[in-house]
Design a protein around this ligand. Structure first.
Ligand SMILES: [Zn+2]
Length: 159
């Protein structure tokens, strides 16, 4: 059995106007994340963690922001396509563990819905997806509510 670990990280700026798209879920909030696609910071971190573990490069290579097709793109489609690529190479996802760094909104009320949504996209169980919310303790860009960041570690295996 071969094992590979991957690390994904992403940052997007918050701009006025909701809802907030996070982990494939639209959260009622007065700000949203800005980016070329739908700017789903959590799904981008997960996609990068998976691609990194499988040695398949990164999300920017697979979905260049110079390609107009990727403008406003639903990030769950990108995650799904990345998942297909690693399955083609024989990789299975053992587990993911993710951290969302956001001063607001609170992640906990949305956590289980997000885990369910991600498990549906990746065809794994919600029990294989760890998800934690952390604030910036009112300091730095996270703490001042200017950005949201996400991190993800992914463990893959193949026979
Ligand atoms: Zn991103």
């Amino acid at each position: 059995m071969q094992f590979r670990v991957g690390l994904g990280h992403d940052t997007h700026r918050l701009v006025p106007g909701g809802p907030l798209r996070l982990g494939g879920v639209d959260i009622d909030f007065e700000f949203h994340l800005e980016g070329h696609s739908d700017a789903d910071v959590l799904l981008h971190a997960i996609t990068d963690g998976l691609l990194g573990a499988a040695g398949l490069g990164d999300i920017g290579e697979m979905f260049p922001d110079t390609d107009p097709d990727n403008s406003g793109k639903d990030s769950s489609l990108m995650l799904s396509q990345a998942n297909e690529r690693l399955r083609q190479d024989g990789w299975l996802i053992n587990n993911l563990d993710c951290v969302v760094l956001a001063e607001r909104p609170k992640l906990l009320p949305h956590r289980d819905l997000i885990r369910e949504r991600i498990s549906g996209v990746l065809s794994i169980s919600p029990a294989q997806i760890g998800l934690k919310g952390k604030t910036g303790e009112q300091s730095g860009e996270v703490g001042k509510g200017q950005i949201i960041q996400a991190m993800c570690v992914a463990l893959l295996s193949r026979a």
